[in-house]
Design a binder for this molecule. Sequence first.
Ligand SMILES: Nc1nc2c(ncn2[C@@H]2O[C@H](COP(=O)(O)OP(=O)(O)OP(=O)(O)O)[C@@H](O)[C@H]2O)c(=O)[nH]1
Ligand SMILES: [Mg+2]
Length: 343
Amino acid sequence: MELGIIGLPQSGKSTLFEIMTGTNSRDAFGETCVRGQAVVPDERFDNLVSIFHPAKVSPARAPFVDVHAAGEKAWQTVRQSLAGVDGLLHVVDGFTALDVQEMIKRWRQLEDELILSDLMVVENRGERLRKIPRKALNPLELLQADLLPRLQEQLEGSRPLRELDLAPEETHALRSFSFWTLRPELVVLNTAEGDTPQVDEFRKKAGLKDPVIGICGKLEAEMLELPPEEQADFLEALGLAEPAFTRVIRAAFEMLGRIQYFTVGEDEVKSWVIPAESRAPRAAAAIHKDFERGFIKAEVVGYEDFVACGGTLPAVKAAGRLRLEGKEYIVRDGDIVTFRFNV
Ligand SMILES: Nc1nc2c(ncn2[C@@H]2O[C@H](COP(=O)(O)OP(=O)(O)OP(=O)(O)O)[C@@H](O)[C@H]2O)c(=O)[nH]1
Ligand SMILES: [Mg+2]
């Protein structure tokens, strides 16, 4: 699981990467890709930490990639570096733009590049498949051959593939193509100091179905330089309940379709990130492969129930709210889990 940061040159990509991950990127001379982990803010997790006071705290993290690419081969470098990412963060320079129309133009410029790139893949693949008699195609190729005209029409209409309502097996059949516009995308509108981000107007005029978050990257970078107690005043002066970058991290994490469950104790409170709809044994594999193989049962309580019962596992048990779940159980976001296994 990885999120790639894209955007036109000098749009504020590295600044955003740095404030989210705390990893220096702009001084990484000679590196094409810089990777960093951002803590995913979660109130439930913070609350569990204040209940257990654990020796070790392991919140969910979202991995981001920042690419350094310039010159003629920049686009090629970006494509190679981000070929494997699961989601995109598209940073748009709104701080030198005069109006929303110009921001949209900039966003569109890169978006068109991605669409064109996908269209070339569709055309190449289509051409090759048409040369093979239909009878000789395997089931995967048949599905692809039937899908490609639809993809082509979408891309030629300058629309991203993610807006097509593809069935899971269709998306699966397209996996090997690594289409850019099939991946989820979060648009980050980077605005000038003192400007209220015109997020709604941008979304409406751009005809976007994807989420858009406004941020002033430079200002939030400055805020992080302050001592912690002054950061709160800084935010208050801006009329913000939380910095925009934490919203970016959360939204980016959410768009990947992952959920988290928690393991708790005095030694460690830990968040485990798993794909949504995972069954208990698969969820257990996040901790250890042996947990999946030797899975017996999972002791589960939902976060809300846990808090309602007074915030201790014995209290949850006494209230009869600790559930014993088997192999078919689908783990829910916020579950507090203890696995029973046999190896
Ligand atoms: N006014 C203003 N300037 C910003 C903002 N974010 C970034 N900048 C400035 O824009 C310049 C580029 O920022 P970077 O974060 O390096 O942008 P980038 O997209 O990584 O740039 P490249 O990697 O060279 O394409 C720097 O001089 C930043 O100080 C912002 O929100 N407001
Ligand atoms: Mg950069």
